[in-house]
Design a protein around this ligand. Structure first.
Ligand SMILES: Nc1ncnc2c1ncn2[C@@H]1O[C@H](COP(=O)(O)OP(=O)(O)O)[C@@H](O)[C@H]1O
Ligand SMILES: CC(=O)N[C@@H](CCC(=O)OP(=O)(O)O)C(=O)O
Length: 296
């Protein structure tokens, strides 16, 4: 809290941030803000302020948000059942309507509002705008526990991005606007597809060749079997932890996204605790890395 430190300490802190700010000067950083992390209003507002600070220091932030818990609440209110398979929401015709309403509507506009309240110029879009993200229907298989036979699962209107058109994003970044993206895409035959927000952020970061991809979630990072934070993880070790079940559920698409982004040329990817106030500033502007850094 600034009221507890002297003006001289404040000046020192700002000065110590200089080399970090220089490192990211004019660079693009993609920040994925998970639905669980954005639950508390005060933390979400602090997050928005951090994003505006990045923009102010000549960094180009691109925000991708999730909204899993917010979708779940709305589906429950409407009495629509929802299930997950392989960490992805099975999305039928009724569900995709609600997913779009919540992600591109209330969640997106709330975050845009917070960023603008903090003095930024955020523009809220989904991957459908400007034909930004084209996706193909996701195909997954699962081993049936009874028969032990591998079966294809029909996830409905769920997609994996296969093309990101940067025309619109580059225009926005060029005008110092802050893109805030909801993870929806258009299929090649014109349907709306629900995309896991981590996967979407990885596709956007890869296409932009972002300097950093930060995934903000509701845990301190990747945890080992005894629930201790793993500060650094190689791609090879990450794959082992997925195979042996240490990494499960929603952490699987997150880690797979990190691996994909590294392969696409993103220089650094980290998974951090978005419930921690100013997690973004701590990660980028101090020497204290807070979460799990995944490297080649
Ligand atoms: N090894 C692991 N380390 C940390 N979290 C894990 C691990 N394996 C599974 N998880 C689960 O992954 C969750 C994060 O994924 P998810 O709920 O999809 O977050 P978000 O809404 O931020 O995308 C954690 O809350 C935790 O329950
Ligand atoms: C296909 C799929 O599962 N899509 C997600 C999209 C939102 C998301 O990923 O939100 P979080 O980042 O908060 O988990 C969903 O419907 O919940």
């Amino acid at each position: 809290m600034t009221q507890n430190i002297s003006p001289l300490d404040q000046a020192r802190i700002l000065s110590e941030a200089l080399p970090h700010m220089q490192q990211y000067d004019e660079e693009t950083i993609v920040i994925k803000y998970g639905g669980h992390a954005m639950g508390a209003e005060e933390t979400a507002k602090a997050f928005a302020r951090d994003i505006v600070l990045l923009e102010q220091t000549a960094i180009n932030p691109v925000v991708v948000h999730g909204g899993g818990p917010q979708i779940a609440t709305m589906l429950k209110r409407l009495g629509i059942q929802s299930e997950f398979a392989a960490g992805l929401r099975i999305t039928d015709a009724a569900t995709i309507e609600i997913v779009e309403m919540v992600l591109a509507g209330s969640v997106n506009k709330q975050l845009v509002g917070y960023i603008n309240e903090a003095g930024g110029k955020a523009v809220g879009l989904s991957g459908k705008d400007g034909n930004m993200v084209k996706a193909s229907k996701t195909t997954r298989t699962m081993v049936d526990p009874d028969s032990n036979i591998e079966k294809a699962i029909d996830l409905g209107f769920v997609g994996d991005p296969d093309k990101v058109d940067l025309t619109l994003l580059n225009q926005l970044i060029g005008y110092e606007l802050i893109p805030v993206l909801a993870p929806l895409a258009t299929s090649h035959d014109g349907h709306t597809l629900n995309v896991n927000a981590d996967t979407f952020a990885g596709a956007v970061a890869g296409a932009l060749k972002a300097k950093r991809l930060l995934l903000l979630t509701d845990v301190p990072g990747v945890l080992d079997k005894s629930k201790k934070l793993i500060p650094e993880l190689s791609v090879k070790d990450a794959r082992k932890l997925i195979a042996d079940g240490t990494i499960s559920g929603g952490m699987i698409p997150k880690v797979e996204t990190c691996i994909y982004a590294l392969e696409q040329g993103v220089q650094g990817v980290v998974i951090i605790d978005g419930k921690m106030q100013h997690a973004v500033l701590l990660e980028l502007f101090t020497n204290q890395g807070t979460g799990t850094l995944i490297h080649k």
